[in-house]
Design a binder for this molecule. Structure first.
Ligand code: FAD
Length: 279
């Protein structure tokens, strides 16, 4: 069982706990993106097991009627085993999502995985005519070109700053530069992605800019934030008629994810320390 200190960031260990959380969010007009925790499998067995769990999850989301979709990590469904394993597993999940009307997001991992992830995603999304989305990272120098490549494809792109430490030959490494490029890419998406823009960020400056671009270009958009981060703001935005999604991790591998959240911000560390000492 997940200790109370971690359940701010992780919905539980089981799919039913994740779905319960999704339904709680739905009451506040926030939709859920469910993510089964797990990554970097070098053996096909866990990659197949997690693929099967996602297939069941898609069925359960459809049966529950919750406003929820899923997001999968490439290395969780076989990319570290081989590109074909990844492509086949992703194709199976995409097909099930398509059949059940459940949207399928693909997370983006470090830059060595970008080509394989983008290629697999693009061929599937063109086959499935939407119903899928891919995350791209503003810190990578290549991302403007990748966005241009996807601008006329069906499906959505979630644009984020980028969570991986990358070398300077492939990525912008200063926070100021990443912030600047992020805004440029978001504006480009408002111009070029008529079907909508998805922004994965907690940054108030970015959210204000998105509202401005929406006023200017009229393109629909959604804001995505992580479970446990700026939750009140998520509810406020939703009550302001902005489409808001909360990314909801769950599963037995919650410990390393929880540590990552706690380490990345002083406030989270204080929150965890207070919870542990009971104050
Ligand atoms: P930061 O640059 O971290 O922060 C900017 C400002 O936002 C802060 O100054 C503060 O005002 C506010 N803020 C940020 N965090 C908090 C907080 N905890 N509490 C209060 N205020 C805060 N990265 C990938 O590489 N691949 C992915 O597939 C991916 N998917 C993602 C999906 C979602 C839904 C989200 C939200 C992020 C995802 N990321 C992914 C992570 C992303 O790349 C960034 O590392 C992460 O979102 C931090 O950047 P930020 O834009 O939130 O703002």
């Amino acid at each position: 069982m997940i200790p109370p200190v971690a359940n701010r960031f992780v919905a539980g260990e089981t799919p039913s706990e994740a779905l319960d959380h999704a339904q709680t969010l739905n009451k506040r007009d926030v939709s859920a993106i469910l993510n089964l925790l797990g990554e970097h499998y070098h053996d096909p067995k866990p990659a197949t097991e997690d693929t099967d769990t996602y297939l069941e999850l898609v069925d359960n989301i459809a049966a529950s009627g919750a406003a929820a979709c899923i997001s999968v990590k490439p290395s969780q469904i076989g990319l570290d085993v081989g590109e074909t394993v990844f492509e086949n597993n992703l194709a199976e999940i995409a097909e099930r999502g398509d059949k059940k009307g459940v949207f399928v997001w693909v997370d983006m991992e470090d830059h060595t995985t970008t080509d394989a992830t983008l290629d697999a995603y693009e061929s599937l999304v063109r086959d499935h005519g939407g119903g899928m989305g891919l995350c791209l990272q503003a810190n990578l120098r290549r991302t403007r070109e990748d966005l241009e490549r996807l601008a006329d494809a069906p499906g959505k792109v979630r644009i984020v700053k980028g969570a991986y430490d990358e070398p300077s030959d492939v990525a912008y490494t200063s926070k100021e530069k990443v912030d600047e490029v992020y805004l440029e890419l978001i504006e480009y998406m408002f111009e070029a992605f008529d079907d909508g823009v998805a922004i994965g960020s907690h940054d108030p400056m970015v959210i204000d800019a998105a509202r401005e671009y929406h006023r200017e270009y009229g393109t629909p958009y959604e804001i995505q934030m992580l479970m446990g981060v700026r939750t009140d703001r998520q509810y406020e935005l939703a009550s302001d008629d902005i489409e808001v999604y909360q990314y909801v991790p769950y599963g037995s591998k919650w410990l390393s994810y929880f540590y990552r959240r706690v380490r990345e911000r002083k406030e989270n560390l204080l929150f965890a320390a207070r919870a542990v000492i009971g104050r």
